[in-house]
Ligand binder design. Structure first.
Ligand SMILES: Cc1cc2nc3c(=O)[nH]c(=O)nc-3n(C[C@H](O)[C@H](O)[C@H](O)COP(=O)(O)OP(=O)(O)OC[C@H]3O[C@@H](n4cnc5c(N)ncnc54)[C@H](O)[C@@H]3O)c2cc1C
Length: 516
């Protein structure tokens, strides 16, 4: 399908440079994960068709399209880790695996007829606010648009991060990141190095242990591991939820409030985490008998400071004879050899990185240019921030979905995504009702909001003294929401115009001309 097939409702924006036209849409949404798709579904439900979804991949799903590594699974129960407006009575496990979550999102895309709006294999290469015309100029690898609003739904965990290791480029074998799993590469009998022991590694390491010849798992910090309660759902349960949807709603509510109760320990009283620490320590004692291995696997920070992980197979895998846990730092890689700080070496055929994502320095921030022509990354040099995690000073008519300080350590990100979708939908309503052509968050409002967040953070478990991907290079927490999620829902319920500098349609001839 050509980019000119985008539903533009007949509008184009005249280009003043070469006279060519590009399609104009009301909303350009970048990303088709839970956030981009969820917003698109709500737009269509409101009868709004004038939008395009720009996606660099060749399918929808975002996180759940990209992360196809063996054992990939959500760690929030599926009844909650799904849209409230699209419950799925067919989940086959309590914590669904990647193929099922991906299929859920593809089914929703088809059911809500979103495919005609999506432009796959379109990589956003730049988006700049045009001050004269008062619209966004959106450039992709395969076409351009102009838009009244730019919605950045590129996700917090969508740019894989690989650590800087001396000589990595000289590695002679195969290497890939867990979010870009090389399914064409056969690991059978190989000597494999896994770097990282975070949420992804603890899922894929047990899955490949049987297949590989020898595995070396490189750990910088031992994570806390809780017993997993995942189980298959029964046919009876599934029939029950299909027949009585209110029962599934009730379970979702119960899971939500149980998870929300954890926030007390995470946010208000980290000392309460000792209860969880006892459960995790007993789990380790039960599964690892070797005192030396157990010592290496014992975390030295408060439970919750880094993401809490769940697995019943991680520890048993590390006790296998053909699996080695390496806690010595990597000095360099030469040829197929990994050199460690203690002078020892490991010969490997393949390196798999389970090293997470660019969270506090998202590359997409370098692509978005605001009113003064500077990029979002330049604007955020002293740490990324936004108002309500969504709007940014100097970027008119822009929303970031699940942007800075909206992440969670205890509950479902889909809940936060839905809160942001509510906020965007209310903004559209208010813009229509009050004939608002342009909005931009007031600098003082954004500053006081972020000061409020930073004032709340010191008492939380995340600031209790560990290094984690929640913190930026300066040790500032720019990723997590330091309060109850229902408070975030409440704050994002209404688009309150007093937080914004506004231009009304009647005041701006140029805008009226373009959008009329
Ligand atoms: C392995 C894994 C497991 C997780 N499990 C959980 C869980 O159990 N519970 C939970 O709450 N959260 C979990 N998360 C967090 C998860 O990322 C969010 O829950 C949610 O999926 C984010 O959705 P999103 O739409 O914001 O972003 P994404 O799903 O990341 O989607 C972003 C989309 O933007 C596209 N994109 C990015 N840059 C560009 C560009 N330049 N041009 C065009 N398109 C672009 C990407 O291709 C992608 O499709 C997990 C994350 C990972 C990686």
């Amino acid at each position: 399908m050509s980019i000119l097939d985008v539903p533009t409702q007949g509008r184009t924006t005249p280009e003043d440079t070469d006279g060519a036209s590009v399609p104009h849409v009301r909303l350009a949404i970048v990303g088709t994960g839970f956030a981009g798709l969820g917003l698109a579904i709500r737009l269509k439900a409101q009868g709004i068709e004038d939008f395009v979804l720009i996606e660099r991949a060749d399918d929808v799903g975002g996180t759940w399209q990209a992360n196809t590594y063996p054992g990939c699974q959500c760690d929030v129960p599926s009844h909650l880790y799904s849209f409230s407006f699209a419950p799925n009575p067919r989940w086959t496990r309590t914590y669904s695996r990647q193929p099922e979550i991906w299929q859920y999102l593809r089914d929703l895309t088809a059911e809500h007829d979103l495919y005609p709006h999506i432009r796959f294999n379109h990589d956003l290469t730049g988006a700049a606010w045009d001050n004269d015309r008062r619209l966004w100029r959106v450039e992709t690898s395969r076409g351009s648009w102009t838009a009244d609003l730019l919605i950045d739904a590129t996700g917090p965990l969508s740019y894989p991060a690989v650590p800087r290791i001396r000589g990595l480029g000289s590695f002679k074998g195969t290497m890939f990141h867990s979010a870009e799993w090389d399914h064409d590469h056969d690991l059978t009998g190989e000597r494999v190095a896994v770097i990282g022991t975070g949420a992804s590694a603890i899922q894929f390491v047990p899955q490949i242990a049987e297949q590989v010849g020898q595995m070396h798992v490189f750990q910088r910090t031992a994570p806390w591991i809780m017993p997993h309660t995942d189980r298959p759902t029964t046919r009876f349960e599934r029939r029950l939820y299909r027949t009585f949807p209110f029962l599934q709603k009730a379970v979702r509510g119960a899971v939500y409030w149980m998870r929300e109760s954890y926030a007390v320990g995470f946010i208000k009283r980290p000392s309460l985490m000792t209860g969880g620490e006892k459960i995790a320590a007993a789990h380790l004692r039960k599964q690892v008998k070797d005192p030396e291995l157990r010592r290496k696997l014992t975390p030295r920070f408060r439970l919750g400071c880094k993401r809490v992980l769940m697995s019943n197979s991680w520890y048993p895998t590390l006790t296998r004879d053909d699996v080695e846990l390496v806690t010595e730092g990597i000095e360099a890689i030469r040829g197929n050899t990994i050199h460690l700080a203690d002078g020892s070496t490991r010969e490997v055929d393949t390196i798999i990185f389970g090293t997470g994502f660019h969270v506090t320095d998202p590359p997409s921030a370098r692509l978005v240019r605001g009113r003064d022509g500077g990029t979002l990354a330049e604007r955020m040099q002293s740490g990324i921030q936004a108002y309500l995690g969504a709007t940014v000073e100097g970027l008119p008519n822009y929303f970031k979905l699940i942007g800075p300080n909206t992440g969670l350590g205890h509950n479902s990100m889909v809940y936060m995504i839905e809160s942001h979708i509510n906020y965007v939908m209310d903004a559209l309503r208010v813009m229509d009702e009050q004939d608002i052509a342009e909005f931009e968050v007031r600098p003082d409002v954004m500053a006081s909001y972020n000061a409020m967040l930073q004032a709340k953070l010191p008492g939380t478990v995340w600031m209790s003294g560990c290094s984690s991907w929640y913190l930026d290079a300066d040790g500032k927490n720019v990723t997590l929401w330091p309060d109850y999620t229902f408070r975030f829902r409440h704050r994002t319920r209404r688009f309150k115009t007093k937080a914004y500098l506004l231009r009304h349609g009647a005041d701006v001839g140029a805008v009226a001309e373009v959008t009329a």
